[in-house]
Design a protein around this ligand. Structure first.
Ligand code: DX5
Ligand code: ZN
Length: 214
């Protein structure tokens, strides 16, 4: 599967409605929403109000990547705002099992994201109960960082885990662009999050095709 999910923070928020329309017109069906709280990561983006606004603009599948502390407190807000997949981080999160149970109970898709230095053994026990694993190929916080090549190993490992959960979507986030996407696709991942590598291109239509065909 070669699915590209654009990270909207790499777009232009002064014309969010037109950005979303342009993404849809490319034939894209998923949108990646990076929620950052300025604590869990050293950057601040947006909260549920903006997710709710985006929900009204599109029927694309919205994946909310929560890079926040106190995840437990806010999960339901992102579900109510219209998130279709709620992705929580493993780091600094002692409630992760409860988080996943709650997301699953609410009938939306659940995902776990983990940083490049987090041992994959700490994620494996969750494989059976999640819909998506998000392998961070940069340290989260900002668009436009360089892809960390050693994370390719984790991608292959989780593609293997589909033997245990055939419905698992393996996704990759950070530094995926025209120079790195082939290596990512070669591991067999399902979903590549692309921020600056797509939305930063002057001709997004051509770039989208180049990415898919890489
Ligand atoms: C990083 C975010 C990513 C980021 C991707 O913290 O989670 O989704 O926006 O942007 P690029 O593709 O530019 O690395
Ligand atoms: Zn992200």
């Amino acid at each position: 599967m070669r699915i590209i999910s654009p990270s909207i923070i790499a777009g232009d928020f002064s014309k969010l409605d037109r950005e979303i329309k342009e993404i849809e017109d490319l034939g894209i069906t998923r949108l990646h929403l990076d929620v950052m709280d300025g604590n869990f990561v050293p950057n601040l983006t947006f909260g549920p109000l903006v997710v709710e606004g985006i929900r009204k603009l599109t029927s694309m599948h919205l994946e909310c990547h929560l890079m926040i502390n106190n995840t437990k407190q806010f999960i339901n807000e992102y579900i109510s705002a219209g998130g279709d997949t709620i992705i929580v981080h493993k780091e600094n999160n002692s409630d992760i099992d409860d988080n996943i149970n709650e997301i699953n109970r609410q009938g939306v898709k659940s995902g776990i994201a983990f940083n490049p230095d987090t041992p994959i053994n700490s994620i494996l026990p969750f494989v059976k109960k999640i819909d998506l694993v998000l392998i961070m190929s940069v340290y989260p916080g900002f668009c436009g960082q360089s892809f960390i090549k050693s994370t390719l190993q984790s991608m292959s490992e989780f593609v293997n885990q589909k033997k245990i959960n055939p419905k698992l979507h393996v996704a990759v986030d950070g530094g995926v662009n025209i120079n790195t996407i082939k290596k990512v696709f070669d591991t067999g991942v399902d979903i590549s999050i692309v921020g600056s590598g797509l939305l930063g291109a002057s001709d997004r239509k051509t770039r989208y095709k180049e990415l898919l065909d890489a």
